[in-house]
Design a protein around this ligand. Sequence first.
Ligand code: SF4
Length: 375
Amino acid sequence: MSIRHCYIHIPYCASKCPYCDFNSIAGRSDEWTVYVQALLQELRRLPTGPYDTLFMGGGTPTILPPELLSTLLSGIRSHIDLSDDYEWTCEANPSSADAERFKVLAEHGVNRVSVGVQSTDDATLSFLGRAHNAAEAHHTLAEATAQFERVSADIMFGLPQQTAEDLKRDLNLYKQHGITHASVYHLTMELGTEFHARYKHGEQLNCSEQQSGELFDCLMTELATMGFHQYETSNFAHSGAECRHNIAYWTGQNYHAVGAGAVSTIHGQRCTRHKHPKQYINSITAGQNAIQHTETISDIDRINETWMLGFRLQRGVCIQHLEQLGITQDCWQQQAGALQTDGLIDFNNTHIWITRAGRAVQDAITQQFFLDTED
Ligand code: SF4
């Protein structure tokens, strides 16, 4: 079956946020043009499609000047066919996205933008090392919603001393701008980040577990009041506004990828490209494939990923998919029965899912279903 999804990575940002462990790098504007050329060179090696979803992430794709963004998008369109009902997302940041760039995106067929807002409070944005302030965030959201029907905004919670009132102020942006998709992430101390190093030296950079639970309850209630339903651990949408690209990923579908550090998964082969843009450019322009690491996903890993990603979804893990992987109901009935009695999971004929009560211990539940890789 043809592969219907493709991820496109732009690794550049205005500055490096201290909590970020994405493959992103500050500045380097002198290499953006040659990076875009290399990216398009790699893209032209992919099947032409048609594709149901494209996702341009980063990094900050909107850091590219409008003309270069236009070159990138035209290059994509000249090679890639899109299905009739395609979804093409571009991530955008308030520090760089503007009406002109949104126009360029829309003119080339992008039909969904995801804006990294994180907070609507200047002091919090400064704490997070973001390159924008609250006024710029609102301005960008107003420009995004003027151009696109489908807009998502990212918000972060779990910050030190963050109160429910603070979070409600941030969440209010969805109502204020008529935004129908919300990605709400808990601040985590990722290994290798500046925050992680400072945290290890005793700095208080996140909130207590109790505060975190209260904030989570607050966001569930607030977003429900605004018509959102949670469809994934960190993602909420109005009906029909869910991100189809990410759902494809969470349901274990094959996808292509291009760009520095981008990961593709095709028929059990997971390929990771060189993370460093310079190395990626050199490899592609030398006619190589820029693949730094290839992993064959074992049957056990595939089953465990199916549990892990599927349990992130509100609808849960597809039982038919499990059966295709050789996991019949007999294999999980015992754990499921006990957890169902405790109200932590539930299942029907098609899916098995974690309940709202179970979300607090999602990782522990998921691990109960894992197969031992030593087996
Ligand atoms: S803007 Fe996004 S990708 Fe870039 S450093 Fe900040 S969090 Fe990371």
